[in-house]
Design a protein around this ligand. Structure first.
Ligand SMILES: [Zn+2]
Length: 283
């Protein structure tokens, strides 16, 4: 299984998005495809992402052109029969990887529009611009852009073991890498070191980047890191975590392979934490 939401083959055509005539033509195309987003779910029709060759609804964002040149759009919908949760689709590998990627793009954009009707500067109603990638305030002139929130997520190593934690709300047996939002004025590496110290009391020295994963619940970008611990004692922040502990390499391997005798496992295989544990064990 590969990471979910990381593959997106659509050509976003960002330079063309401000061109209203170009967009209007795309909206009329008989091969236009429409993804319907209701919260964390999307509509599947016979196991495929739904398509719509007819007129598009008003609040529609342009996702991009596929390899056949067909334009893909996304719109907000009311959840009804046939809608499937995006996490379930990833876990079950129910769609091709590139369709999970465009769903992440669609879900994050649609939720941003749902929550960004009014100007945060002057409270006037905003207009939609650039095919859904900008909202403009006609009153004060301020532009608003869809946000992506960076999250540093890190597997910490020390000698032959790795540090994982779990939150109380998670399913029994699941452990994951420690993570937190990058704050203004902070590097990714320092954010990861800070989070690990705040949540588990462990000091981290060297940090290296591994990979990233869009996480559309709501608009996060998970930035995956491996860190080398310089202290070992754990001091748990019980507001953040139920437990944090060092696992031996052998135990962590069993958690990746789902062969741990106590049923413990290291995140779901479509999530970046699973990949980080795998890479950390490889050295
Ligand atoms: Zn304004």
């Amino acid at each position: 299984m590969t990471l979910a939401y990381v593959m997106n083959r659509l050509d976003r055509r960002a330079n063309d998005r401000p061109n209203a005539a170009w967009l209007a033509e795309l909206r009329q195309r008989p091969d236009a495809k429409l993804v319907r987003i209701a919260g964390d779910a999307t509509l599947l029709d016979g196991g495929r992402l739904a398509t719509w060759p007819g007129p598009l609804p008003e609040l529609t964002v342009f996702l991009g052109l596929d390899s056949a040149g067909a334009p893909w759009f996304a719109c907000k919908a009311e959840r009804a029969e046939g809608f499937r949760d995006l996490r379930s689709l990833a876990l079950e590998e129910a769609l091709p990887p590139e369709e999970l990627g465009l769903l992440a793009q669609a879900r994050s954009l649609i939720q941003w529009h749902e929550r960004r009707n009014f100007c945060s500067n002057c409270a006037a109603r905003l207009e939609i611009a650039d095919a859904g990638y900008r909202r403009h305030c006609p009153s004060c002139g301020m532009d608003h852009f869809p946000r992506t929130d960076p999250v540093a997520i890190m597997v910490v190593r020390h000698e032959d073991s790795i540090l994982l934690g779990r939150q109380k709300a998670w399913k029994p047996g699941m452990y994951s890498a420690l993570a937190g939002f990058v704050e203004p004025g902070e590097t990714i590496e320092d954010a990861a070191r800070r989070e690990v110290f705040e949540e588990a009391g462990v000091r981290v020295g060297e940090v290296r980047y591994v990979t990233s994963q869009p996480w559309p619940f709501l608009s996060n970008l998970m930035i995956g890191l491996i860190g080398e611990a310089i202290t070992r004692e754990i001091v748990l922040d019980e507001n953040e975590l139920e437990e944090a502990r060092w696992f031996s390499a052998r135990e962590a391997r069993a958690m990746i392979d789902r062969t741990h005798p106590d049923g413990l496992y290291a995140a779901n295989p479509y999530a970046i934490a699973h990949e980080l544990v795998r890479v950390a064990l490889e050295g």
